[in-house]
Design a protein around this ligand. Structure first.
Ligand SMILES: Nc1ncnc2c1ncn2[C@@H]1O[C@H](COP(=O)(O)OP(=O)(O)O)[C@@H](O)[C@H]1O
Ligand SMILES: [Mg+2]
Length: 180
């Protein structure tokens, strides 16, 4: 692909450093802000491409304005490609994420938000134990509240003690917020 970005060296350096940190076992988070059309998504695409080339697993989701009030819509997008990993989690946490995703293993509507946040944390930590992980959220201002809460719950803990949860590969979180 090759995203050629003009005049974004400082931003690319910061995002590149986050990827390098993840490769070296350090967690981090970064928020990109800016008005519509200024190039936030382009920077995230560039970051995802670079991370992928470097061997970082990229999980990403985009907030959608029409789904901003739909609890867990964002988490569904983020977890969809990771469904096969849910059953590696402690049973109660696996059930919590199945309840978000629906399907035959879901026995109830998602309710226990603490357990869902915990399950997202465990899942990201397990992934990061295998390979560095970069979690990208584009248009975070439109991510539903429940998904934002679960992701920030996980991000705070992954950032707080990189090694403590077996997060040797580290999770880099890049979130985008701001208008448009
Ligand atoms: N630094 C840049 N150099 C060249 N083209 C860019 C740059 N940043 C953004 N663009 C282009 O401008 C348009 C809007 O960028 P986009 O990333 O969608 O903005 P945002 O996500 O902030 O609304 C896209 O077509 C994108 O490819
Ligand atoms: Mg955009």
């Amino acid at each position: 692909m090759g995203h050629v970005l003009h005049g974004r060296r400082a931003e690319q350096a910061a995002l590149g450093a986050l990827v390098t940190d993840a490769l070296e076992g350090r967690s981090g988070a970064l928020v990109l802000r800016g008005e519509a059309g200024i190039g936030k998504s382009a920077l995230l695409d560039w970051t995802a491409e670079r991370a992928g080339v470097d061997g970082v697993r990229v999980v990403r989701v985009t907030g959608v304005e029409a789904e901003a009030d739909l609890a867990f819509a964002g988490l569904v997008g983020l977890l969809w490609p990771l469904q096969s990993r849910l059953d590696d989690l402690p049973e109660a946490q696996a059930r919590a994420l199945h309840s978000v995703l629906g399907g035959p293993a879901a026995d109830e509507a998602p309710s226990d938000r603490f357990r869902i946040g915990l399950a997202v944390l465990t899942l990201l930590a397990e992934l990061a134990g295998e390979q560095p992980v970069l979690c990208l959220v584009d248009d975070a201002q439109w991510l539903d509240r429940a998904s934002t809460d679960a992701l920030t719950f996980a991000a705070r803990r992954l950032g707080a003690d990189g090694g403590g949860h077996g997060v040797r590969g580290a999770a880099g979180g890049v979130r985008r917020a701001g208008a448009g």
